[in-house]
Design a protein around this ligand. Sequence first.
Ligand code: SF4
Length: 376
Amino acid sequence: MSDIGGNRLQFRDPARAAAMAEMLERLVREIGRDPVSVMHVCGSHEQAIARFGLRAIFPRQLEVIMGPGCPVCVTDMPEVDEAVALAEDGVRIATYGDMLRVPGTARSLADAQAAGAKIDVVYSVAQAAQLAAKLDEELVFFASGFETTAVATAALILSGPPANLSILSAHKYIPPVMEIVAEMPQTRVEGFLAAGHAATITGCAIFERFVERHGIPVVVAGFEPLDILAGLGKLLELIRDRRAEVANMYPRCVRREGNLRAQEVLWKVFRTVGGRWRGIAHVPNGNLRLRDEWSHFDARRRFKIDVSRLWEFAPPSLAQSCICGDIMAGIASPSACTLFNKECVPDNPVGACMVSSEGTCRIWHQYGGQLDLRDS
Ligand code: SF4
């Protein structure tokens, strides 16, 4: 097929999907354990799995867990607090729409906006720069997202943005958190499905050391239904054969070494530092912060950010029942949360996983909240 729509349909072909589902059945039978647990680390994978109803054709013994793959969900409360404190101090903030309702310790950016703070929703860091160019006041871009989005932020910094623009980075770097999940004592993950879009930047070779250290296979997969089924098939094959290897099942986009130009841009502007991921843990090298040479664009250096006044508030009592951390670590499902689809819904989210379109709770809410369509 030559047209783009045709190519997409090729990756959604029901007959091939059915054949691949049979292959998955055969592989879990050959592995002979129940369950066989694998984790994907990407909200886009969970969206595709839910949207296309793939869990309905997964073997019952195959447990596909969503890990910490939603960048909005893992933005930690103190990071949200920094943006809220700046906004309440009168500094204009631009950020992605999902970031508005992510709860901070006391308030979200949406709460600050309702109280009169100047907050603009943008779709990209480039749009934030265009906005800054029209303003005669400071504009802080509250930047979230993994290495894929961080590259765009880095490219903008290198392009020489308006002097009144600065960056409050909540960018995260995925590979280190996989180490944390793999080392959790409660973890039952036997293999990882890695996100194809992040791997277009980092390359699949980045997972080789992880595989060596943990003896767990990693398969890079794309986002069409057949990409995911093929990725799972390869992962089960490696688990069955006890082969701890990296496999690239997204070769039409991902190369072993990745996008070297994008990596150069990313690491020229950012460095990794340790930091908390909401609800999960302190992740060594898991946060991306601006290097010293770009400190003039760093909102943390440009402004004195006092978050202490927000920390006098205890988190709302409902929030203490939120188990987002366990969900993102892959040791619980949204249905295990007593608030899921009751007190916590997208219009009134209690935890971050219900806010973003990439959050597990939000995705489960949107697509029916059932693990397995065959149970309905
Ligand atoms: Fe947190 Fe809401 Fe998900 Fe429960 S349903 S874990 S409160 S986000």
